[in-house]
Design a protein around this ligand. Structure first.
Ligand SMILES: Nc1nc2c(c(=O)[nH]1)N[C@H]1C(S)=C(S)[C@@H](COP(=O)(O)OP(=O)(O)OC[C@H]3O[C@@H](n4cnc5c(=O)[nH]c(N)nc54)[C@H](O)[C@@H]3O)O[C@H]1N2
Ligand SMILES: Nc1nc2c(c(=O)[nH]1)N[C@H]1C(S)=C(S)[C@@H](COP(=O)(O)OP(=O)(O)OC[C@H]3O[C@@H](n4cnc5c(=O)[nH]c(N)nc54)[C@H](O)[C@@H]3O)O[C@H]1N2
Ligand SMILES: [Mo]
Length: 765
């Protein structure tokens, strides 16, 4: 029996194991509020891929053979040498016959938090050395906000998130903390690339005890921690921009706008104000106008506007509001609202993001930069799509597309290469993805588990999990030794070792590996870190201590940092890096793109669907496919902790008692959720924490379609629409989605999501 430490995207844990299995997952002594997701790690050895495997027709008939059988056909297991030979030859063939851009290796996803083994870093390093492949930019999390924020503030997205006002300042100075898309404690369990010990609950409790009032603008009451004691303002999803505009409009018409702040710190108010007042389009964005759209009474809107002006108010945004049609507008209009309030840059006031969307916001100190595997610059001739436009890419070879000011042409994708992500989890409209997935000639994946994605590949290379290898873990104020607890499962290999073998076969092995094993890389990266850290021990000491606290970093959240304070104090001496040096409420650059779905200033655009429109007569519920509580996305859905929440094996879906009553539904019923795009089953849970008109069904149930395409298990992405937010970000708009629900009365089909595929013996040719 041995005990090792690990840092995951959902926090640090101690693992007790006998070398081949985990016996216990223990809370880490540094973590005051450990995540239940940790228990999922116990499933690390279930549903595993043991050996490289090739889809039978592909092996026998070559690239493209019977591509429609992906996901149904048997696999043939092969030896590693053969697998590497096949993959290397196929990469070379496609590059030579079709040009490297016909390889899509954007490979989005949340594989391993480790600083070295993170698959997205490994992949980018490998493919940038291989040639000008097609890559993806932005994320499924925050495409729209990350595309618009640089135009508003001139700051890169991650630096802007890292500069948010500290929790200490909020707890001491904020009076009203208004969240659009909620301060969702559940989601603060997680941070990409490693979540350190969890402190958000503590800070929320401290703030509430100090008198901070939290307002939850969103469709789900219990998103916010009990400790927050929040006021709940349910809103129709995808209508936040209308509410923000009306709050700003109210302040203007009541003479409460901060004209001086708008004049000295912003540009574009002269363009935005006439829009809000209705001078430009004849529609005043008044409280009564917004009431019709949002479902919130006009007097509630007016009162909230006045209260926000009277009090020291933070306007906070999660990510959910921008994973909607025209999601760019949410961050822009919220900034405009905060500018009208005039509190930007003041302690405890202004604009904030994304408190409640991940665990580190409000940490109050610049993130520690820890050395990692270097990624070379992109080779010339890259095509770069917005990462969530993968199906547009597969469907439209040769067609032009517009993205963030660039005009490009989609290449003809012949080969898709994925490691560390799961499009059959993360992508919208999975029935459409299923069709497009048949088009490439070859699909290659590295994956530890037999999930919906690996089962739909042609060549499957079994990858180790982070539990099977050593790594460094970035835990905010602490560097963790993330230590192997288990032997590699079956014949699985580290992504790094797979890529080294491939690079060797392709002739750039020495360049890729620089002659180092992964252990040597990790020691080398640590040595670079230790060199610039006062008092950091040598590697062996660090490894036996299990962690090192970064020098000079205080406790999480405990600083006096205020977002944009210098700019506020003196906008001439500390201009923002925007073209005007100020907050851009009108952007000449965006205006110059000429996009009719993202014009020069923030505005309300009708989403493709929402409650309160004729379509809602057929599909009367807005689907909130939010983040799950007991897992990270689809990871470890096959664990006991995730499966314990299921109802008759189906993902739980929650709705308000009145919505259940009108549909004749009872607690525990199996329901069929449907719209014109698809259908899935789910298990009903009735709760008044869900606003009327809403169905809440978390993401991440492993996709398990029957022969009609209905997901038997409850994956909401059979229902969501696959449309870019706008030409600017081309981000996902998963949270804009109407559905209807009925009782499922048929015979309950068994769940097959966690079963391995079938295997065929090798036939002699
Ligand atoms: N409807 C709807 N859809 C959504 C969302 C939503 O709110 N609603 N949210 C979106 C968001 S914000 C995100 S970020 C995405 C998340 O989408 P993904 O990041 O694709 O989802 P994960 O389930 O985390 O997939 C990670 C995969 O990597 C594998 N993996 C883990 N470690 C390793 C490793 O070391 N090596 C290799 N090779 N593989 C590894 C895991 O087994 C898993 O299959 O989903 C998006 N999809
Ligand atoms: N436990 C856990 N935590 C996670 C993750 C996970 O998988 N598991 N995933 C992580 C990732 S990758 C990300 S990107 C973040 C995502 O963070 P977010 O995008 O902020 O999270 P969601 O869970 O999609 O949505 C949060 C809440 O927003 C509300 N909401 C939905 N649509 C709307 C809307 O149109 N308007 C308003 N006002 N409210 C709306 C719903 O009540 C929903 O519960 O979470 C991270 N945290
Ligand atoms: Mo995300």
């Amino acid at each position: 029996m041995r005990t090792t430490g690990i840092l995951t995207h959902w926090g640090p844990f101690l693992i007790e194991s006998d070398g081949s299995d985990i016996t216990e997952v223990l809370d880490h002594p540094t973590d005051p509020d450990p995540s239940p997701i940790g228990q999922g790690l116990k499933a690390a050895t279930r549903s595993r891929i043991t050996k490289p495997a090739v889809r039978k027709s592909w092996l026998e008939g070559g690239p493209g053979a019977a591509a429609h059988l992906r996901g149904v056909e048997e696999f043939v297991e092969v030896e590693w040498d053969e697998a590497i030979r096949l993959v290397a030859a196929e990469l070379e063939r496609v590059r030579d016959e079709h040009g490297a851009p016909s390889i899509y290796a954007g490979s989005y996803g949340w594989g391993s938090a480790g600083l070295f083994h993170q698959p997205s870093v490994q992949m980018r390093r490998f493919f940038r050395m291989f040639g000008p492949y097609t890559d993806g930019r932005l994320t499924y999390s925050s495409s729209a906000s990350s595309a618009i924020v640089p135009y508003i503030f001139g700051l890169g997205w991650y630096p802007a998130c890292g500069q948010q006002t500290s929790w200490k300042v909020i707890s001491e100075t904020t009076e009203l903390f208004v969240s659009f898309g909620s301060l969702r404690l559940n989601n603060t369990q997680v941070h990409f690339g490693g979540q350190g010990p969890h402190h958000t609950r503590e800070w929320i409790a401290k703030s509430a005890a100090n008198g901070v009032e939290f307002v939850n603008i969103g469709p789900v009451r219990d998103d916010e921690a009990d400790e927050a004691n929040s006021r709940w303002l349910p809103i129709r999803p995808s209508t936040d921009v209308a509410l923000m505009a009306a709050l700003a409009h109210t302040l203007v018409v009541e003479g409460l706008a901060d004209a001086s702040f708008l004049a000295t710190h912003c540009v574009g108010w002269d363009r935005l104000e006439p829009y809000l007042l209705g001078v430009t389009d004849g529609v005043a964005k008044s409280a009564s106008w917004a009431a019709e759209i949002t479902g919130i009474d006009a007097d509630v809107i007016v009162d909230l506007a006045r209260e926000m002006q009277r009090k020291r108010t933070i306007v906070n945004m999660g990510f959910s509001i921008q994973r909607t049609d025209h999601g760019e507008q949410t961050y822009w209009m919220a900034t405009a609202l905060a500018a009208v309030l005039g509190q930007i840059g003041l302690p405890g006031g202004g604009v904030a993001f994304p408190f409640g969307a991940h665990g580190r916001t409000g940490g109050g100190q610049p993130p520690k930069r820890i050395p990692r595997l270097p990624i070379p610059p992109p080779p010339g001739g890259q095509t770069v799509i917005s990462v969530s436009r993968i199906v547009d890419l597969l469907e439209n070879p040769g067609q032009p597309f517009q993205f963030d000011g660039d005009d490009q042409v989609f290449p003809d994708t012949k080969l898709v290469y994925w490691a560390g992500g799961n499009p059959f989890h993360h992508h919208q409209d999975l029935n459409r993805l299923m069709q497009a997935w048949r088009k490439p000639e070859t699909i290659i994946v590295h994956e530890p588990f037999w999930n919906a994605m690996s089962k739909r590949a042609d060549i499957v290379l079994p990858a180790t999990t982070p539990l099977e290898r050593d790594d460094l873990g970035d835990g905010e104020t602490i560097l963790f030794a993330s230590q192997a607890a288990l032997e590699p499962f079956g014949e699985s290999r580290d992504d790094y070792d797979i890529l080294v073998a491939l690079a060797d076969a392709l002739g750039f092995g020495a360049k890729f590996s620089e002659g180092r094993t992964s252990q040597e890389w990790i020691r080398d990266l640590y040595a670079k870190y230790a060199k610039s850290e006062d008092g950091a021990p040598d590697f062996d000491q660090f490894w036996s201590d299990g962690l090192v606290h970064h020098a000079g970093m205080g406790a999480v959240g405990d600083s006096d940092h205020v977002f944009l304070a210098d700019f506020r104090a003196d906008p001439v001496a500390h201009p923002l890096p925007t073209p005007s040096g100020r907050i851009e409420l009108f952007s000449e650059t965006i205006d110059g793109f000429g996009y009719d779905d993202c014009e020069g200033h923030p505005r309300w655009y009708e989403p493709f669907e929402r409650l309160g429109t004729p379509l809602a007569e057929r599909f009367g519920l807005h689907l909130v496919s939010n983040q799950p509580t007991t897992r990270l996305h689809s990871q470890f859905d096959h664990s006991d902790i995730s499966r314990s929440t299921k109802i008759h094996g189906r993902e739980p879906a929650r709705m308000h008692p009145t919505e259940a009553a009108v549909r004749g539904l009872a607690e525990g019923d199996i329901i069929r959720v449907y719209n014109d795009r698809g259908a899935c089953l789910a298990g009903l849970s009735i709760s008044d924490a869900i606003a009327p008109g809403i169905l809440q069904l978390a993401t991440g149930a492993w996709y398990d379609p029957d022969e009609t395409g209905m997901c038997k298990h409850g994956n909401p992405n059979v229902l969501t629409h696959d449309k870019g937010t706008s030409r600017l970000a081309q981000g996902p708009s998963a949270h804009t989605c109407l559905v209807e629900v009925e009782k499922f009365t048929g015979e309950l089909p068994p769940i097959t999501a966690f079963d391995p595929p079938t295997f065929a013996p090798r036939t002699q040719s």
